[in-house]
Design a protein. Structure first.
Lengths: 87, 969, 181
């Protein structure tokens, strides 16, 4: 598996650490109801198709990345820097 | 027998080798199989289950029979395919899976027991008595059914792994592969051409013919010469592409030194990871056997293999050869043999409409129905209509047609497509993105078809790379492929499908009869396709037999899944460099040599090597040294290297704000020159790490992490920063490696520290200040992990060793000295300080009694989740101390005295223990249900593993100086 | 007063095998320059005093013995000179955090192909390239310093492992000399 880091270029999967769904980026605001935290922390879809995941270029530039990929075809259609993503 | 004037072997270079204790001669360019056949050695092995005599079946890596052990100076490699292993001077090989000699294998008795050894016999036979399975049945079966043996010693051979990159990867160098490589190479693309064998040319080396008016061999030589001269083409021979993976990644196994006498540092094998923008699969096709009674005798071979041995190695495997084949192509074998002066006793062709015009007897519409010859073929029976003809022959060349070698196209879940016309599966287009199958691998069985499709695929790749080229495709043979499928000949005897695992047509039919009708179930029940050849010779025929037995068609029956690797890959090659210490990087402290000089045993702490203890003359156990070191710190002064703690330099106007966000407590209010203990949570409310952070300047902090979690914390900080506050004025970087840091602890610590500072400083407890030591800028912290008055002194790493030696020497003049990890651990347990033994990922701030450290005045990572029900309260296991007078263990569980010991009554568990020379008791840190309310209670500690059952007193986890008077002295 | 003798990770060790040379080199000071949001302009001004600028991703710039190496998003290592005053960026001394190994020779690229999962051949990795990647299991910064030369920065504590692994790869490449790749 290869990922194209927006900074470092195309690299082998061994350089990356996988974290989980992109949902982690949408942190509830302070004081949000606990049910919202529950869903933020623990509730995930198990998608056969396009997902957006968080990966960390641990052995490279240390940037967190949002990777859009298809769990069926394994095609990767986009990699963005978390730090520079459109909010 | 060797034939004059034939073959590509180098007859000027004779090679001596040894097989089963006998010396033989071959030539450079021979495989072990060709050299043995040249010496008329037909019997080379015994079969897996029935111990039937077996000979060479094929001439390639798909060989199921001729598996041998190669004995090297430092290793013994089992299951080496004699058809792949090249001979070299001094090669020692031996047959495997036999008891006694190869000719008189005592386990051949299994063959007579075959009625009892059918598919699934394990499950049926060894049911009773149950206790016999482990002690008797299994060892016996393992002894009888084996595939070679190991030396029992470590493999001291050198293995290599490497990475390669290219525009176009061409897999296979037959006509299709050479044409593809030539086209891409001339276009200037970066090409890698992998060939499994030691010579390029594929079947052109075996089948001859002409290409563009040139003899095929000359055309190959011409193309190879051009490719070798192209700087953009890399040719890798003896390299099998073993797997296709995501995004253009391919695995390949190169036999680097297996064909040579062992040499120091010369890798035996190299496992390549090749990344290719495009790949052309020109892996050819595999000829398939026909199942008939006793079709497994030595001397019965694949027709294409007979041709390869003749034309490539100058060897004929018999004096009177017969051919049993159902395609026109296979006739070429007989013609080549006759041209070489070998008698062809008969051609048996099951197709009623086949030509009968050959220079030898031809039986059209006939089938081979049986064979004879105990250790080698001596004759066959042919059925033609109702007539049975006996034919004397010592070599039967058989062919049931061809299966495209499409395995790689299935490695990413692609399913092959059934072609009625070819009676074979062909690759599904686009099954592996970027990979195109060409030539025989794609069902184009003529040389012309191979050249044209190889050229076209390369051209397409070249165009996608934005290059242009014009290459003419030379003229070549374009014979149509006429086949009448023949999988198994009607008969009542045992007819082999899977030679390697001894699976017959009967076994497959039995599987269907017993309900294992799915191809995946049949495979597992019969073990068909599960041998080292992974069904390369038998899969399609076996599923055809299954389809027939279940009354379905082949496409409906489907195939099993081809998975990597295509050929067996040694673990040594795949994990090259990873043996023993190569497993992970080793991290060494600057004090490493100084500690070893003092005889300290080094222990691994993560990747670091740290001194366990510093033995003194007369001390015989680690405990004696440890107890002394603990007393030394409590009474005088001790020195420990603590550089392994993670250190993160954090700067910027928003640095304090950032720390407030990642720590539960507040750091923005910390005065410059002060240090504060901080607790860090994961977003799910559990403790991530703890440590101290110092404020070095208005906008400058230094965070420390535990040794174990340094990487984890960095990743976490990066996430929080980039995900939630990338616009803040804060940047941070690890400085773990930049500073060597030493703890100076004990009542005399201050005296020692003041002795080496250029300018004395008086630091309050939890203070930090820049200092100068011997002309070097350093930092002094007043922090303690021992409970004594403690300092940590940091200098740039290059001065670490010198400072450590100096500190230890100074300490020794004061009655102190160095202390190791064991003492460090005892000191912190006595003081109730936690490590990752306690904050192991499932504990909350509440569990460790630090809930008050979660500031109410601000948000922080993990705060919301920490308040959720179930994350706090009396039902949770809380940190307590344990005290007792008998040895106890970490990992033990806690129970109320008098209750039964089982899961439901479990009250908690122990995380850290030590003998405390300070308290004079065994101490433990433990998590106990509602533990804080239970101080003073007696609790029963049970460890079944170590046989411990001890009553302990539950107490506060701080055993030493609970008021902290010593720290603040 | 203690007499603090400075020691490098490998005490300047060097080794030549099969036309490839491996040596520990002293890079001089190493300073991390990490830009704050909005710090690009002011930092550029500071760097201009050295005739340098923040390098683009995967590259380094060299001028009169001073090198500035891209090491991450809005981050670079200034190597070989003491840092000038730079506004708008966090400066952190990294001089002691790294061991620097120079690898040179025609087969140097083959040696690294055993350890580094990135295409380091000249066409894909021209002189002036700076990569954050791995040397086997170790994080590293790899600089393409010449057609046949590399400098490799690894964490100082791992210098011995890095040395050992590169040396092993040198031995293997030498043993199979003559193989084309």
């Amino acid at each position: 598996m290869r990922l194209t880091c927006p900074l470092c270029g195309e690299r082998d999967r061994r350089e990356f650490y996988y974290y989980g769904a992109e949902d982690y980026l949408h942190r509830p605001s302070e004081g949000a109801p606990l049910s919202e935290w529950d869903s933020y922390l623990h509730l995930r879809d198990n998608v056969a198709g396009v997902v957006r995941d968080l990966w960390y270029h641990e052995a490279g530039c240390a940037q967190w990345l949002v990777v859009t990929r298809n769990t069926v075809t394994h095609e990767i259609s986009g990699v963005e820097l978390v730090a520079e993503r459109a909010k | 027998m060797r034939v004059d004037g034939k073959g590509l072997i180098d007859r000027t270079k004779p090679v001596r080798f040894c097989f089963d204790g006998r010396d033989y001669a071959g030539y450079k360019g021979d495989t072990l199989a060709s050299a043995l056949l040249a010496n008329d050695v037909r019997l080379v092995g015994r079969s897996f289950k029935y111990h039937r005599p077996r000979g060479v079946l094929t001439a390639g890596s798909e060989e199921p029979n001729a598996l041998v052990e190669v004995v090297g100076p430092s290793n013994q490699t089992p299951n080496v395919r004699a058809t792949v292993q090249e001979v070299f001077e001094g090669l020692v090989a031996q047959s495997q899976n036999r008891l006694g000699s190869l000719r008189f294998d005592l386990l051949a008795v299994n063959d007579y027991l075959s009625p009892f050894l059918s598919a699934g016999f394990y499950y049926k036979t060894f049911m009773w008595p149950r206790a016999f399975w482990e002690g008797l049945y299994e060892p016996l079966i393992r002894r009888a059914a084996g595939l070679g043996s190991l030396s029992g010693r470590h493999d001291e051979g050198v293995y290599e792994k490497a990475f390669a990159f290219c525009d176009v990867l061409v897999i296979g160098s037959g006509p299709a592969g050479l044409m593809a490589a030539l086209t891409a190479g001339r276009a200037g693309a970066d090409v890698i051409l992998c060939e499994e064998s030691h010579a390029l040319g594929g079947r052109l080396l075996s089948d001859g013919g002409t290409i563009g008016g040139l003899p095929a061999g000359d055309w190959v030589a011409q193309v190879v010469a051009e490719l070798e001269a192209l700087p953009n083409v890399r040719i890798m021979v003896r390299t099998t592409v073993t797997g296709a993976y995501d995004h253009g990644t391919y695995g390949a196994l190169e036999r680097v030194g297996l064909h040579k006498p062992a040499r120091p540092n010369l890798p035996r094998e190299c496992f390549w990871r090749i990344v290719a923008k495009h790949a052309v699969l020109a892996s050819g096709a595999l000829e398939r056997p026909v199942a008939f009674e006793n079709n497994d005798r030595p001397g019965i071979m694949m027709a294409s293999a007979v041709r390869t041995y003749l034309n490539r190695y100058g060897v004929v495997p018999g004096r009177r050869v017969t051919l049993f084949a159902n395609t026109d192509q296979a006739r070429g074998v007989a013609r080549d043999l006759m041209a070489a002066g070998v008698t062809v006793a008969a051609i048996v062709d099951p197709r009623p409409d086949a030509s009968s015009v050959e220079d030898c007897p031809v039986h059209v519409g006939a089938e081979v129905v049986g064979s004879r010859g105990r250790l080698g073929l001596s004759g066959i029976q042919v059925r033609k209509g109702s007539e049975i003809i006996e034919i004397e022959t010592d070599c039967l060349a058989m062919s049931g047609g061809w299966n495209p070698t499409l395995h790689l196209t299935c490695h990413m879940n692609g399913r092959p497509r059934w072609s009625e016309e070819l009676a074979a599966f062909v690759p599904m287009e686009g099954a592996v993105p970027g990979l195109v199958a060409v030539g025989a691998a794609n069902g184009s069985f003529s040389t012309h078809g191979a050249l044209v499709t190889g050229h076209a695929a390369a051209l397409k790749a070249v165009e996608a790379l934005g290059r242009k080229v014009s290459v003419a495709v030379p003229e070549a043979e374009d014979m149509p492929y006429r086949i009448k499928a023949l999988w198994a000949v009607e008969g009542t005897g045992r007819a082999w499908l899977d030679f390697a695992n001894d699976v017959t047509t009967k076994d497959v039919k039995l599987a269907a009869q017993e309900g294992f009708r799915s191809v995946e179930h049949m495979k597992r029940y019969t073990t068909q396709g599960m041998a080292p050849d992974q069904g390369k010779n038998s899969n399609v025929a076996a599923l055809a037999v299954l389809a027939d037995a279940t009354g379905r068609g082949i496409p409906e029956t489907g195939t099993t899944t081809f998975r990597p690797p295509y050929v067996p890959v040694s673990i040594a090659a795949m994990g090259a460099g990873g043996r023993a210490e190569g497993f992970a990087p080793q991290r060494f402290l600057t004090s490493d040599q100084a500690s070893r000089d003092r005889g300290a045993p080094m222990i691994e702490a993560g990747l670091w090597y740290r001194p366990s203890y510093f033995p003194k003359p007369g001390e015989t156990t680690w405990r004696e040294a440890c107890d002394r070191e603990v007393r030394m710190v409590r009474e005088t002064v001790g020195i420990a290297d603590v550089s392994t703690l993670g250190k993160i330099d954090i700067q910027g106007r928003d640095a304090g704000r950032f720390l407030d966000f990642v720590y539960t407590n507040t750091f923005s209010t910390l005065p410059v020159g002060r240090v504060r203990y901080g607790l860090m949570l994961r977003e799910d409310g559990h403790v991530l790490d703890d440590g101290t952070s110092a404020r070095l300047g208005e906008n400058h902090y230094l965070m420390t992490t535990t040794t174990a979690a340094a990487g984890l914390v960095m990743r976490h900080l990066d996430f929080v920063h980039q995900a939630f506050c990338a616009d803040w004025q804060v940047r941070f970087i690890s400085v773990t490696e930049a500073w060597a840091q030493f703890a100076v602890a004990g009542p005399k610590a201050r005296e020692l520290v003041l002795s080496f500072l250029e300018t004395p400083v008086e630091l309050p407890f939890m203070g930090v200040a820049p200092v100068r030591i011997g002309g070097v800028d350093g930092r002094l912290f007043r922090i303690s992990f021992s409970g004594e008055e403690g300092y940590e002194i940091a200098v740039p790493t290059r001065y670490g060793e010198a400072l450590f030696r100096d500190l230890v020497a100074r300490a020794e003049t004061m009655g102190g000295g160095p202390y190791g990890m064991e003492a460090l651990n005892v000191l912190r347990i006595e003081k109730g300080f936690i490590t990752h033994a306690e904050i192991h990922g499932r504990v909350t701030a509440h569990d460790i009694g630090m809930e008050k450290m979660v500031s109410a005045k601000k948000d922080c990572i993990g705060k919301a989740a920490a308040t959720r029900p179930g994350m706090w309260g009396p039902e949770r296991e809380q940190l307590v101390g344990l005290k007792t007078h008998a040895p106890i263990s970490a990992g033990a569980h806690l129970f109320v005295p008098g209750t039964e010991v089982h899961r439901e009554t479990d009250q908690g568990y122990v995380t850290s223990v030590c003998w405390s020379p300070t308290v004079g008791a065994w101490l433990g840190l433990a998590f106990l249900k509602d533990g804080r309310a239970r101080h003073g209670e007696k609790i029963r500690l049970v460890d079944h593993l170590r046989g411990l059952d001890v009553i302990c007193e539950v107490c506060d986890p701080v055993f030493h100086d609970p008021e902290g008077e010593k720290l603040r002295a | 007063m203690p007499d603090l003798i400075a020691k490098s990770a490998l005490e300047g060790r060097s080794l030549a095998l099969g036309g490839v040379t491996l040596a520990e080199v002293d890079p001089g000071p190493i300073t991390s320059i990490a830009l704050y949001p909005g710090g690009t302009k002011t930092a550029a001004k500071g760097l201009r005093t050295l005739g340098l600028a923040m390098p683009g991703p995967n590259s380094f710039i060299e001028k009169k013995g001073a090198r500035i190496v891209w090491t991450g998003r809005e981050q670079a290592f200034l190597i070989g000179v003491a840092p000038p005053a730079i506004e708008g960026a966090a400066l952190t001394d990294q001089s002691d955090g790294w061991a620097v190994l120079a690898l040179s020779g025609v087969a140097a690229v083959e040696v690294l192909a055993r350890l580094v999962p990135v295409d380091l051949r000249l066409a894909a990795c021209p002189v002036g390239t700076a990569l954050r990647t791995q040397v086997n299991h170790m994080n590293a910064v790899i600089l393409r310093t010449g057609d046949y030369g590399f400098e490799i920065l690894v964490f100082r504590s791992m210098a011995r492992t890095a040395w050992h692994e590169i040396e092993n790869a040198m031995h293997m490449v030498q043993a199979r000399a003559g193989t084309k790749i």
